[in-house]
Structure formats: C-alpha cells, structure tokens
Design a protein around this ligand. Structure first.
Ligand code: AMP
Length: 116
C-alpha cells in the first residue's frame, strides 16, 4: 500500500532520491539524511506500516525480514565485528518523526547507553 503523503513510501516509489545500500523482496535500506554515527542506515518495509506499535500479528514474517535486513546492512557496511545498534522508535514518546516504520542501524563509533 503506497501512501502518497508518506515520505518513506515516496522513497520506495523512487519519487524521492535515497542512497540505497540494501534491498530485499519486502524491504529497502538507505542512508539516513542526518546521520548520528559514521554509519546510519534506515531499514523499512516497502509496504506502508505506521510503527512497531501499530504492527499486526500477521506481520511477524515482515518484521522478521526487516530485522534480518538490518543484520545484512551491518554486514555490508562493515559493522559485524565492531558492533552496531538497531533502534525502532515508536510513537511520540519514542521520538518517531516519520510515520512509516523504520529500523535505525547505527555504528562506526562507540555508542553510549542509555541514549539521551
Ligand atoms: P525517527 O525519528 O525514528 O522517525 O527517524 C526518522 C529519520 O528519518 C531521522 O533520523 C531523519 O534524519 C531521517 N530522514 C528524514 N528524511 C529523510 C530522507 N529524505 N532520507 C533519509 N533519511 C531521512
């Protein structure tokens, strides 16, 4: 389902350019426009799913593919040995700004915990 008002749906559709680093049948991964670490990639489903909080039980396979795509992004960008962080912000208190679910893959420097 393509939502023409959704920024990430428009990236999936090729209407807005993105630096794509990885693709699977149901996901696409591209570099964050405002990186918070040397490697900062967003992995999203091609279909419009609002957030992890809004996920349906029958989307387990899709979310599994999203997580394994995040793993493959880490491998492709050289983070497997040094490590990386995967974050899904959900809803206002989670800091979600784009309402199309996305997994942040962050790495390339030592990341503090907890985040600010
Ligand atoms: P969140 O706060 O979890 O919703 O994260 C949204 C992320 O999308 C932020 O890290 C933004 O920098 C990133 N972002 C916004 N617009 C674009 C874009 N056109 N291309 C790539 N990343 C983007």
């Amino acid at each position: 389902m393509h939502d023409p008002s959704c920024l990430f749906c428009r990236i999936v559709a090729g209407e807005i350019p993105a630096d794509v680093v990885h693709e699977t049948g149901r996901t696409i991964a591209f570099r964050d426009i405002a990186p918070q670490s040397p490697v900062h990639v967003l992995v999203i489903p091609r279909e419009h799913v609002v957030s992890l909080g809004a996920a349906e039980d029958d989307q387990a396979s899709l979310f599994g593919e999203l997580m394994l795509a995040a793993r493959d992004v880490a491998r492709k960008t050289g983070l497997s040995d040094s490590g990386f962080r995967t974050v899904l912000n959900s809803g206002p208190d989670g800091g979600q700004e784009v309402m199309h679910v996305h997994a942040h893959v962050l790495g390339g420097r030592s990341l503090t915990w907890p985040p600010g």
